[in-house]
Design a protein around this ligand. Structure first.
Ligand SMILES: [Zn+2]
Length: 258
């Protein structure tokens, strides 16, 4: 597993080039980002990339045992950061006709629950109906341009997401296997925040390597943005949790831990 770059964006883990101080990922600079940050365990390269593909696309579901163990170890290792969350749920998957054969994200959380250190208890959402579900299959995000991916996310994906129980006041950590540019997590976070969750962050097995120009060309201006409150770039855990009557996207926040 390839580690993340030592110098990188603490919202999305994109490596900074020499002399770079702001992130080239469009979502890190957009006014409608609803999650605070995503923490990837490693880069999506090499063997890990291969086995995730076998797990997701070739039915080799027993990799959930390994991925679950990796996630459990990472939670315990970064416990100071992750302990603030009230629930750890899976990024929703549609299982059934035109969808997947099994819930590949939730299965990893179920294995993680079995693999945590003795005495270590995490609030995994692994029994009953998931906290957030995808009600219909949606187009795959892979193999599209950024613009197309954004259209899928804000169109059919947004329309398909549904929160199944009361999340008001909750801090939610969303697990997924791959973080690319955050468009999926942003829609999941938007749905949860609009349902009353006060904070949404992500944890992923890996981060897709940065695609340079493809993303850089999509960076949008930030000069017209109006911040609702000042937020430090490197926050401490739980430092920015607050309940607002009108949930607003989050800007310019990153986690404190690397
Ligand atoms: Zn970023």
């Amino acid at each position: 597993m390839e580690p993340l770059a030592p110098r990188r964006c603490l919202v999305c883990d994109r490596p900074y080039a020499a002399g770079e101080t702001t992130c080239g990922n469009p979502l890190c600079n957009r006014s409608d980002r609803w999650f605070q940050w995503n923490f990837a365990i490693s880069m999506r390269t090499g063997t890990l990339k291969d086995v995730i593909n076998r797990y997701k696309y070739e039915g080799q579901w027993t990799w959930a045992y390994i991925f679950g163990r990796v996630v459990a170890g990472f939670l315990d290792e970064q416990a100071d950061l992750f302990r603030e969350f009230d629930v750890i749920t899976a990024s929703p998957t549609y299982v059934g006709t035109d969808g997947r054969g099994y819930d590949h994200t939730r299965m990893v959380l179920a294995r993680a629950a079995a693999e945590v250190s003795p005495g270590s208890v995490w609030p995994f959402d692994i029994t009953g109906e998931p906290l957030i579900v995808k009600t219909v299959p949606t187009p795959r995000m892979v193999g599209h341009t950024y613009r197309e991916r954004r259209d899928i996310a804000e169109g059919p994906l947004r329309a398909a997401l549904r929160v199944t129980r009361d999340v008001r006041g909750m801090r939610v950590l969303v697990y997924d296997d791959v973080f690319t540019d955050g468009l999926t997590l942003n829609e999941v976070a938007r749905t949860l925040r609009r349902a009353g969750a006060t904070e949404v962050c992500g944890i992923t097995l890996c981060r897709q390597p940065y695609r340079g120009q493809a993303l850089a060309s999509c960076v949008e201006t930030t000069t017209s943005l109006t911040l609702r409150w000042p937020i430090p770039h490197h926050r401490t855990p739980a430092a920015t949790n607050r309940l607002t009557q009108d949930p607003v996207p989050i800007l310019f926040t990153g986690r404190s831990s690397t």
